[in-house]
Design a protein around this ligand. Structure first.
Ligand code: ADP
Ligand code: MG
Length: 697
């Protein structure tokens, strides 16, 4: 039983604003309910005694309802809601538009609506919603033109219009739904609530959705992670919000936009992401009807060479592999197939194959332990009866309990067999690559189910020291901190080279003499973001050169910006760049998902190379390690071309520690360690830059 069970299975629905007026939404909702709903409908409208032959009451308080659908004009929604609350109705669908989506008046009305909903502890859908449906009780509490057919997918959409289009099409395709919800403005209930509910709903096998945004990213991740252990979620996400608009003042800030956040967040949530509506339903249908495979190896049984090769290519593009058969399977194929056939995958059973040969080959392939799933790929021939082939395909799927996709190619000749297949939950596609993609989503889901989510580590850190450093922005004209704040790294246990900031050539020399070997000297100023761009970084300075270098750095900074706020010069121990790789570890705060960690190849070319990867913080050790493994240049870190491997554990720990820092301090809006030099002996954070929102401190 899910948390929104009453919302989807009410016994008495009050339609507040019901009317028989042609073309009105009030009429559409009332008649949609009348069509199939098992429960009682109570029209509410003080102007009528009857609406569409149903007795009408003056106020929702008289309806004794357990759910209210509100379709009255915007100005009287709030009083109606208040009245519903007084009457103890806690399940409410507000269809009326004219709220947050329409400017400041609407926004304040929506705020009030939220307050009323909170006061009465309502489960409220909308406002600006098309409505909701549940096929289990025939409830169509929406103003859409079609009711859904029964099925096991539950569907949420941020666009009401999209629901009407999908239902129209799905009804043609014979695709059914358990529940449908138009989220509207998501003033109270949002995608996380529905995912949470359907995750506990026994009649929902797959959750699908069309979203334009996610209200609270971290909650969504945490909820979806649990749900996707049993119930797959497939989402199309569109309408990329412009998070990059906020000051793009650091590397991570310029690279980590909201699209990166969604990609990372949805992946961490265990959600399958579809790029198109077709992909959404291809995946959803497979997931709703077929078992999940135990291996990613696919067997292709075909009577046509060309399409067989196409399927091999499609498998190559997916996370799947062409199955390699066990010897026993190969022997059986040799005995059974004509000599001109191919016993290796894709198994070519030759153009004259009849249904028996197809069925037998499929039987043999599915019996092979290596084979996780199979595809029947056929072209029409005079000796092949497609309907019988469909029946045999279904039979073999049942016999072996492994997923099977069908690709019966052709036009009209396929129709009947496709219907037979579809009734058994086997979608038929013309295009082999679509069938393979659908199988791929099953495999992808299998891996999500196998995931184990470990909790983020909790390092012993000095939070107070970090806070003191961050508070320094309060005395400054801007909110940026640079290497003068490297104490933050120390407080959070992130290794860095020995360094000091000085304000005279003499002090510079003293520090340089204390530090072994040559040093690096850098200008320190919040006004100079990219120090090396203005010649503000000198690498390999010997003790004798230090004083001149100091003067030179100050002169360069003054030339660049005469009134620049100069905090001094940093004298820093050299990191071994020859033995090391420059990486970047950063964070940018996303409006929906919060802190988004970035890892990539660093140094001064980050933006050019853009070899980066993202995770929503706080990240676990597993997630941090995945980040180091999935960038394109990961082989460089692992020690390509005779180089010694870098200290990857050190990088992983740095990502985790920075993740903890930014989770501890919501005031940190952006953070960059660039570069984090990773050598075989360890890691060194040699440069940092961050922006802080003093209001959040
Ligand atoms: P910025 O990014 O503002 O230009 P950095 O401090 O990152 O300044 O320095 C720029 C480059 O100089 C680094 O990417 C690195 O190649 C080199 N560098 C900086 N500090 C050191 C150091 N301590 N040891 C070795 N190389 C360094
Ligand atoms: Mg730098």
């Amino acid at each position: 039983m899910g948390t929104l069970t009453e919302l989807f299975a009410p016994e008495r629905i009050a339609v507040v604003g019901a009317t028989a007026r042609e073309g009105s939404i009030g009429r559409a909702v009332t008649s949609n309910l009348i069509a199939d709903y098992d429960g009682t409908i109570i029209p509410v409208n003080p102007n009528y005694d009857e609406v569409l032959d149903l007795p009408c009451v003056d106020g929702v308080g008289e309806a004794d309802a357990d759910m209210a659908v509100i379709v009255v004009p915007p100005k009287i929604v709030l009083p109606a809601l208040e009245e519903a609350g007084e009457a103890g109705v806690t399940n409410v669908v507000v269809i009326t538009a004219g709220f947050g989506e329409t400017g400041s008046d609407g926004a304040s009305r929506e705020q009030e609506l939220k307050e009323i909903a909170a006061e009465y502890d309502m489960d409220l859908v909308g406002p600006n919603s098309l409505g909701i449906m549940s096929t289990s009780n025939g409830m169509n509490a929406s103003f859409g033109p079609e009711n859904a057919e029964p099925g096991s997918m539950s569907f949420m959409s941020q666009s009401g219009a999209f629901i009407t289009a999908v239902l129209d099409w799905a009804n043609d395709e014979g695709m059914g739904f358990k529940d449908v919800a138009s989220l509207g403005n998501k003033a109270v209930l949002d995608e996380t609530d529905f995912v949470d509910h359907w995750g506990d709903d026994d009649d929902t096998d797959v959750i699908i959705g069309y979203l334009e945004g996610i209200s609270s990213g971290r909650d969504f991740i945490d909820t979806a992670r649990e749900v996707t252990q049993d119930t797959p979620i497939v989402l199309v996400k569109s309408g990329r919000t412009d998070a990059g608009a906020q000051a793009a003042s650091s590397h991570t800030g310029t690279i980590a936009g909201s699209e990166q956040a969604y990609e990372a967040g949805l992946d961490q949530a265990g959600v399958l992401r579809a790029e198109s509506v077709q992909e959404l339903f291809d995946a959803a249908q497979m997931l709703a009807n077929q078992p999940v495979p135990d291996s990613n190896e696919v067997a292709v049984i075909t009577n046509a060479g060309g399409p067989g090769v196409m399927s091999t290519d499609a498998v190559g593009d997916a996370d799947l592999e062409m199955a390699s058969f066990e010897q026993e399977t190969l022997d059986t194929f040799s005995e059974q197939l004509p000599p001109e056939g191919n016993i290796y995958n894709p198994v070519d059973i030759v153009g004259d194959a009849d249904v028996d040969r197809f069925s037998e080959a499929l039987d043999i392939a599915l019996a092979d332990d290596n084979v996780g799933s199979a595809m029947v790929l056929s072209c029409p021939t005079a000796v092949l009866d497609y309907e019988q082939l469909a029946e045999e395909t279904v039979k073999m799927r049942e016999k072996h309990g492994k997923p099977v996709a069908a690709c019966f190619m052709g036009g009209e000749s396929v129709d009947e067999s496709a219907e037979l297949l579809s009734d058994a939950g086997i979608p038929n596609y013309f295009d082999p690559s679509r069938a393979i993609d659908a199988l791929d989503s099953l495999w992808e889901y299998r891996q999500i189910q196998r995931r184990e989510y470990d909790a983020p580590a909790d390092f012993d850190v000095d939070r107070e020291a970090a806070r003191e450093i961050l508070e320094r922005v309060e005395d400054r004209p801007d909110n940026r901190l640079g290497v003068e704040a490297m104490g933050l790294l120390e407080a959070y246990g992130i290794p860095m080279p020995d360094s000091e900031i000085v304000d005279s050539p003499e002090d510079a020399r003293e520090v340089a003499e204390r530090i072994e070997g040559d040093v690096v000297m850098k200008i320190v100023s919040p006004d100079i973001l990219h120090k090396s761009d203005i010649g503000g970084v000198k690498v390999g300075v010997s003790d004798d050169e230090v004083e001149d270098a100091f003067e030179d750095l100050i002169t360069r900074a003054r030339n660049y910006q005469p009134d620049a706020n100069l905090l001094g010069v940093q004298v820093q121990e050299m990191s071994d760049l020859d033995a090391g790789t420059e990486t970047i570890v950063g964070m940018n705060r996303d409006p929906q998902f919060g802190p988004l960690m970035m890892f990539g190849l660093g140094g001064i070319f980050v933006e050019v190379l853009e070899d980066t990867t993202f995770r929503v913080a706080p990240v676990s050790e597993t997630e941090a390690r995945e980040m180091t493994e999935e960038i394109k240049t990961a082989p460089l870190l692992r020690g390509a071309r005779g180089r010694d491997p870098a200290d990857i554990d050190g990088i992983v720990e740095t990502i985790q520690r920075l993740s903890q820092l930014v989770a501890d301090f919501p005031a940190i809006m952006e953070f960059d360690i660039n570069p984090l030099v990773a050598t075989p002996d360890g890691v060194d954070a040699v440069d940092i830059r961050l922006t802080v929102d003093p209001e959040e401190l």
